[in-house]
Ligand binder design. Structure first.
Ligand code: G4P
Length: 541
């Protein structure tokens, strides 16, 4: 296939992530999407709970023991909807970059960084459970970044809530109007197919699915006109028509502008396990989700897709696979064309960076990347010195805004168990801090040998300890300290704040002054008694 210009390649691309609460079916859906895009021929090959330990990411024992995925990776595949000529009108398929997000809520800071790299998200909801806490949290992140969201109600093959109840719940709990584009025919637990809704929200076609053995291959589809559907499905079809018409009358109809503005979310019902509705999800991603666009850098200069190469690092990961004890930085291409081997500039240090080893990584699979375009995700090997939020560019200087740090809620001191390991300890603290595994806070009182780790979830502390042991051969001691709130302050306010009871001032590794405060009550007191002092909230507070 001949490469086109970066702007045309970008038009073919859709870069998105799946956000969901654990167990909603993210892995199953990822696999179903890969199956429908013919990346795999049978479900169970990529994910599948049983085989997952061996296939997804085995870089740490902790990850295996807990059955969670700490590492974020990206799966790229091509897809062309039936009868479509593709984005370029010449029959070339779309290119989908599905960026994986860590499943455990303790790693929500990682997830946040991943979400800075996507142009859209699939919000996956379990039909029986509705909106769950982690879904809500991730939804808010998408909302704050104006990322358009397509909602998928999964597990419709199992008993669950009524579709109208689920839509009510979405509308009530989150600031987003659900606009169905495919409505279920048959209640949850008795899933026959989907009614495709037209531009006015009324059913235009009935798509019936046939179960395959174990749901491991693509479910055959049969299409019916509304009249034939009524004869074929009777009551189930009538109910689907009544429900979708009701929503259409209430104005809950897909509108591209409102969707792209983050005000509405198209909704699809599906069963990832039975492969029902998966084509429809893919068609909606390519048909509705936005393609990569250029962006402004910190100086206000706009970088067009056709400009020189530029990319943002959104994740740094070390030791992902025991066979390759290395450090990978994942970048998302923003503008221009990436060619493996090109020497780029690291905007934060002005140093050159060689890109000889460029990979795509999904689970254990690593493939060399020769070229990449806006929206693509590339893993760079030997990425020492690169941190999340950093920019790489060639030619025209680019430096994109840094990724804001999350508000940590857990704080603990870290020290080497033995002083003889102090040098390795310091190196490890610097490197893991730069990688963003935890935020590192220091002050003169505690000294460099006793940094404070700040994290969104306590599992992050375990990751630090495990990696210190495995990669730096340093045993460490972690002790919780009695703070629960972090606020950003400044040089003018910090002396006065530091004198207050229940407050300690630190410098974070990015140079920000951070006040740790014992609890919310103390924070409220300080804000009331000392209103002139700076105590800014950190992101996602
Ligand atoms: P996650 O990555 O979001 O954590 O979820 P995962 O895909 O692992 O799915 C969690 C469980 O839900 C799995 O069951 C999976 O099979 C099931 N599941 C996912 N999608 C559907 C669906 O559409 N319908 C039904 N009925 N189940 C679904 P498990 O019992 O943990 O594993 P398994 O033995 O079934 O593989």
């Amino acid at each position: 296939m001949n490469a086109l210009s970066p702007a045309v390649e970008a038009r073919r691309r859709r870069t998105f992530a799946i956000i969901s609460h654990p167990d909603a079916g993210k892995s199953t859906l990822t696999e179903a999407l890969a199956l429908h895009a013919h990346v795999i021929s049978e479900a169970g090959a990529v994910h599948g709970k049983a085989g997952r330990k061996a296939t997804v990411s085995d870089w740490m024992e902790m990850e295996q023991a807990r059955g969670i995925s700490v590492s974020s990776t990206a799966l790229q595949f091509e897809y062309l909807p039936a009868g479509s000529q593709g984005a370029t009108g010449d029959g070339q398929p779309y290119v989908i970059n599905l960026v994986d997000t860590p499943g455990h809520s303790d790693f929500s800071e990682d997830t946040y960084r991943v979400l800075t790299a996507v142009d859209g998200a699939l919000m996956l909801i379990d039909a029986a459970k509705g909106l769950e806490p982690q879904t809500l949290k991730l939804f808010r992140v998408c909302k704050s970044r104006n990322i358009p969201i397509i909602t998928v109600v999964n597990k419709w093959d199992r008993p669950g809530k009524s579709p109208l109840e689920l839509l009510d719940e979405i509308a009530a709990e989150i600031d987003l109007t659900p606009t169905p584009i495919f409505w279920p025919v048959g209640i949850a637990g008795d899933f026959h197919g989907l009614a495709r809704l037209d531009a006015t929200g009324n059913p235009s076609t009935y798509i019936e699915f046939t179960r395959t053995a174990g749901g491991s291959t693509i479910a055959p589809e049969e299409h019916f006109s509304p009249a034939d559907a009524a004869a074929h499905r009777g009551e189930d079809w009538t109910t689907a028509v009544e429900e979708s018409t009701l929503l259409a009358e209430m104005g809950q109809v897909h509108d591209e502008e409102l969707f792209l503005a983050g005000e509405t979310s198209p909704v699809i019902f599906a069963s990832a396990k039975l492969n029902f509705g998966v084509h429809q999800i893919l068609d909606s991603i390519v048909g509705l989700a936005p393609h990569p666009a250029g962006r402004d850098d910190v100086s206000g200069t706009y970088h067009d897709l056709e400009d020189d190469f530029s990319a943002v690092i959104f994740k740094v990961q070390a030791g992902m696979d025991s066979a390759h004890r290395d450090r990978l930085a994942f970048m998302r291409v923003v503008s221009g064309e990436f060619e493996r081997g090109m020497v780029v500039t690291h905007a934060q240090t002005n140093k050159p960076f060689a890109t000889k080893y460029a990979l795509t990584v999904f689970g254990r699979d690593r493939e060399t990347v020769e070229t990449a375009y806006p929206g693509d995700v590339v893993g760079l090997v030997n990425a020492l010195g690169l941190a999340p939020g950093d920019t790489l560019y060639k030619g025209k200087k680019a430096q994109y805004p840094p990724i804001p740090a999350f508000a940590p809620e857990h704080f603990a001191t870290l020290r080497a168990a033995s002083l003889s390991k102090y040098k390795q300890f310091r190196k490890a603290v610097d490197e893991l801090g730069a990688e963003g595994v935890v935020q590192i806070l220091t002050n003169d009182l505690r000294g460099e040998s006793n940094p404070v780790m700040a994290a969104v979830g306590v599992l992050q502390f375990e990751v630090v300890q495990a990696r210190m042991r495995a990669e730096y051969n340093v045993e460490t001691v972690v002790e919780n300290i009695p703070y629960t709130v972090a606020r950003r302050t400044d040089a003018a306010s910090s002396p006065e704040l530091g004198r207050q009871r229940g407050v300690e001032i630190f410098t974070r590794q990015d140079g920000e002054l951070i006040a740790l405060i014992s609890d919310k009550w103390r924070l409220n007191y300080l804000q009331k008694e000392l209103p002139d002092l700076t105590l800014d909230t950190l992101i996602a507070d």
